[in-house]
Write a new protein. Sequence first.
Length: 440
Amino acid sequence: MRLRSFLLSVVAVVAMAGLAPSPAHAVATPTEAAAMAAANSDHTAYTLPPDKLAKSVGISRFYDSLYFIRTVWGMVVLFLILQLGIAARMRAIAVNWSANRWAQGSAFMFQFLLLITLLGLPLRMIGHQASVRYGFSVQHWPSWFGDQAKDFMLLFGLGTMSAMLVFLLMRRFPRRWWLWLWPPTVFFGLLGTFLQPLLIDPLYSKFEPLGKANPALAEQIEKVASHGKIDLPRERMFLMIASAKTTGLNAYVTGFGSSKRLVVWDTLLAKATPDEISLIAGHEMGHYVLGHLVRGVLISFVGILLAYFVGFHIFQFLLSRFGTRWKIPSQENWAAIVVMYLAVVLISFFAEPIGNSISRSMEHDADVFGQEVVHGIVADPQTAGQASFQLLGESQFVNPSPSALVEFWTGSHPPIWLRAAFAKHYDPWAPGEEPKYFKK
């Protein structure tokens, strides 16, 4: 009964966090509901010419297939590492290398992470080659391999520290280590969110002040921020030199507190109008104003607690059922890390639709906020909104008729055809209509 009560309470908290209204009444207004109803039956707001349409269908099928192939391959790799006794041999090498337990852990993690990185490399190379062939990437192989090396070093550093913490807790709390692991996960998760724009992002891309690159745009975005009552001064607006690696278009918000910032890719600056960029920036600011950052953090941390609980029992089941065959006699054996990793991968895959469903709801609310916050700054928010989605979709050959299953499983945003159609029909400033987040 205690197990059932715990699960029900955690699920209830996740549900309440995901469904709780955002600031300024998140319940759809009649204007929003009518626009969404019109958008659902309008497939003309985002279109592609016949040649690009055929290409987009082929591209979406390729990337959708590659995603599921990579996911399944990752699970197969972990299973084979266990089934073939590779995990046990790596553990023996680590133990023979040093008598120090923590040195052994580092040695095991290096072998394990290097092995799965190398085994996953061919599929990542196929994905990068396809991006170059389709014109999405301009990154040369040396630069790409450099990024892969950075990924591995970060993975090794953070993964090893995490493993050390798990085994330390495991020794002190053999049956409740998963619960004691949750508080440091929350702390380091928040710390990582704060530090990412300051320490991690600059490892991969160059940034410069947006006000220096385009003062007029920075001034217009300042007006949008002021209208939305968000503290985002010009010194927290940055231009990312994305064109060194990609042709994709993007803008995003990141960090919190003193690390909070808005980032605009230089590729977007080159192709979009100031009004379109302002609307995209307004959408990104909406995530802060509507409390999506806080809600997302709460949902993810409660979800992690539930995942730890479920993962612990999957981990224990696998060890008890296959531990002898895999030559992993106990949970404190370094080779048990592979079993933990397999449990995490399984849970992450099957939980992905839940997280994406919550994300799609937040992204729609941010679309509404973005279109409203630019009122009086952008001459025609409807046209600018529709045009921005057309530009984003066409530049990446986004399929106007995506697979419903793939959208449900992997889509963190509403499909772009629906976002464009909603922008086209949503006019809360028309006579008799009602804005959702701003008073007339």
